[in-house]
Ligand binder design. Structure first.
Ligand SMILES: Cc1cc2nc3c(=O)[nH]c(=O)nc-3n(C[C@H](O)[C@H](O)[C@H](O)COP(=O)(O)O)c2cc1C
Length: 324
């Protein structure tokens, strides 16, 4: 059974690794914090990188993993492995990836152009899961305006035994551009009995409130607004009047606080990767996100993307002016 969460950290490759999921979770516990998509074949073959991607911290309360493949037999095998080796508590299937490298071979969001294949993939996952881990899926409206498959995709997912679907309300051809069409999310919610999460363009608690009101969804998945803002789930919960662990006053997350969070995040990355250079390299893009909106100067931003080790991070943080 899936927990009754109403928020999710949307899976993001290169971002939603264990340290970042944990960090978000330390601010707000009651949400799905979904890992970056993992190639089913790589995991079946015990590829080192894939194996590392599915390592969860003991401090992660609920382990949500996202996998992808266009081959039902691979999906069957990988879900069987996840269950047998107790790798995760929940498996999400990715049908939304718009990246050319994947779609040009019929994978990712292109799978929805072949609904029989889509059905076979879900069926394989549900069969292998043997009701031990819930299966959910995430898809887009369709490839373009002429090929809108989201209603069929939702209905098939429901028929096949998925517990929840997430609709990223964009077309494949839009990639991440243009505005998400929330009316499609409302449509899907009206058509299904299983849970529906809405996704696309929720930037703050006001958007979240509006998405709940406009679409009637069971929950919301947040992607880009969580970049460098791991407390966004807590902020939404607090402003929507939900039960939270701690009250954060307005403007609590100032430069001084963010510097502390960055150091904590850096420590977690180093601990997780057991490799300071690799961890700090991964931190670079987060540094840009953390300090977005602060007038720290372009020179400082250039230095932030070049940090090579923990000492560099500490040095730069020390020289960030807290009055800014
Ligand atoms: C850097 C990045 C990586 C992403 N990786 C994945 C992924 O691995 N799996 C997936 O289903 N979606 C992925 N997405 C899509 C997001 O999960 C989300 O659907 C999309 O960003 C729209 O939500 P937003 O408007 O809240 O950002 C990625 C998005 C970004 C920006």
């Amino acid at each position: 059974m899936l927990p009754n969460y109403r928020l999710a950290l949307s899976p993001m490759a290169g971002v939603t690794n264990s340290p970042y999921r944990r960090l978000c979770q330390e601010f707000y516990k009651e949400a799905f914090y979904v890992g970056e998509m993992v190639n089913a074949r790589s995991l079946i073959e015990n590829n080192c990188k894939a194996k590392k991607m599915v390592v969860f911290s003991k401090k992660e309360k609920y382990r949500s993993l996202q996998i992808f493949s266009k081959f039902p037999d691979e999906i069957f095998e990988v879900v069987r492995k996840i269950v047998a080796e107790n790798i995760a508590d929940h498996v999400d299937l990715n049908f939304g990836c718009p990246v050319k490298k994947i779609t040009q071979n019929g994978g990712g969001a292109m799978i929805l152009t072949n609904l029989d294949l889509y059905k076979d993939i879900i069926q394989a996952a549900v069969l292998a899961a043997k009701k031990k881990v819930p299966i959910t899926c995430k898809f887009r409206i369709g490839t373009d305006e002429k090929n809108q498959t989201y209603i069929q995709a939702g209905e098939i997912a429901e028929e096949q035994g998925c517990s929840l679907v997430t609709l990223h309300a964009r077309y494949m051809k839009q990639m991440y551009k243009g505005q998400a069409d929330w009316s499609k999310i409302a449509d899907l919610k009206n058509r299904l009995s299983i849970k529906v999460f809405g996704n696309g363009d929720v930037r703050d608690f006001k958007d979240a409130k509006r998405m709940f009101e406009v679409t009637g969804v069971d929950g919301i998945a947040i992607g880009r607004a969580a970049l460098g803002k791991p407390w966004i789930f807590e902020e939404i919960a607090q402003n929507l009047g939900w039960k939270t662990n701690k009250y954060y006053p307005k403007n609590y997350f100032d430069l001084k606080k963010i510097k502390q969070i960055v150091l904590y995040h850096t420590d977690m990355l180093i601990e997780y990767y057991s490799d300071e250079n690799q961890a700090v390299k991964l931190l670079r893009k987060f540094l840009i996100w953390y300090f977005k909106g602060f007038s720290i100067g372009s020179d400082m931003r250039m230095k932030l993307v070049r940090v090579a080790n923990l000492d560099d991070v500490k040095y730069l943080l020390k020289h960030l002016d807290e009055d800014k």
